[in-house]
Design a protein around this ligand. Structure first.
Ligand code: PYC
Length: 332
């Protein structure tokens, strides 16, 4: 009856969980991580549900499997898993995975301090700094980001209209800046964000088309990024990212920061070479940077980087036993 026991290294990146699964990797078919992600979603999604949802996980739970590289030049591949599904790219997940995998000896870089990793959204490059077997920081050179829709008016029942942008940074984000019907994230409670985000996402999804120019399997608005006042010294901006059904990212969100950089670049508020320190709902920080300008299909986009840190919190052996009625989790 047992479906399996999964060994995991649990970590967090700037406050948001990363569960690196170190055993029980399903054999995924495909030449790219995008194809392997599709295979996992078709046949093995029960593993994600068992490891991410309550009672083994929780609303914010997020994790990854490390796989051998798909490309000749890469060191490894990552499959991201979380409560919302398998993201094409996850910044906090990458920082946590790289930190946990190197510190535990599961991953050795061909060139110390540098990695190339295949992810479903493409290929990313990594710089990291290690001191006495601990990773001090991880910097991701992310997939290209671009502003997909600008100044869109969404009519949100019981809230009123919101003027939003939709930007891609590895996932598609509705970005809501402070305005008449949204006073800014520090003036809303977490309950407000959890109440309005799924509605905003649904209205945006119905109104707007988001399909990645190079990979149509990457499509649809999945995240909502609310901005507002900062609380930590040195921050240039603050955000709260909603994902899944009930999650607010505790980290500043790597793909969200990339999307934010692309939005600010497209609006002429940031230039190539600019850094932008982005803080999360709890005040933890990533440093984003616009590395260079690039074309993404018909869009003028950017190559963003994101730098942050992670810490291991423990080790887990998690059993998914299908005799358990909650083997594959539940949500309330
Ligand atoms: O860091 O990219 C990220 C992320 C996506 C969802 C939660 N965190």
């Amino acid at each position: 009856m047992l479906k399996g026991t999964y060994f995991c290294i649990d970590a967090h990146t700037c406050g948001n969980p990363v569960r690196l699964v170190t055993s029980g990797h399903p054999n995924l078919i495909g030449n790219t991580m995008s194809e392997k992600r599709q295979h996992f979603l078709r046949e093995y999604d029960w593993i994600r549900k068992g490891l991410m949802f309550e009672p083994r996980g929780h609303d914010m739970m997020s994790g990854a499997f490390l796989y051998p590289p798909c490309s000749d030049n890469a060191d490894a591949s990552i499959l991201f898993i979380e409560t919302s599904g398998c993201l094409p790219m996850c910044g906090h997940g990458t920082i946590g995975t790289v930190t946990a995998a190197i510190e535990s000896g599961l991953l050795t870089a061909k060139t110390p301090g540098k990695l190339i990793i295949d992810v479903p959204a493409g290929q990313i490059k990594i710089d990291y700094q290690e001191t006495s077997n601990k990773i001090d920081w991880v910097k991701i050179y992310n997939v290209p980001a671009y502003l997909a829709h600008q100044d869109v008016i969404l009519d949100i029942p019981d809230l009123g209209t919101l003027k939003v942008d939709v930007s891609y940074g590895g996932n598609y984000y509705v970005i809501v800046d402070p305005q008449e019907n949204f006073p800014g994230l520090r003036h809303w409670t977490a309950a407000d964000i959890l109440r309005w985000s799924p509605i905003v996402r649904q209205v945006a999804h119905e109104q707007l088309t988001c399909i990645h120019p190079y990979d149509p399997t990457v499509n649809g608005v999945t995240h909502v990024l609310w901005t507002g006042e900062t609380i930590t010294s040195g921050s240039d901006g603050a955000n709260a990212v909603f994902y899944g059904d009930k999650a607010i990212d505790r980290s500043p969100c790597g793909t969200g920061t990339s999307a934010r950089l692309a939005q600010l670049y497209a609006k002429g508020l940031l230039q190539t070479g600019d850094e932008y320190t982005h803080e999360s709902i709890i005040g933890s920080q990533f440093v984003g940077r616009i590395e260079e300008a690039v074309q993404v299909g018909e869009f003028s986009g950017i190559m963003p980087s994101i730098k942050g840190w992670a810490r291991i919190t423990g080790n887990n052996a998690i059993t998914i036993d299908d005799a358990d009625p909650y083997a594959f989790g539940f949500q309330v």
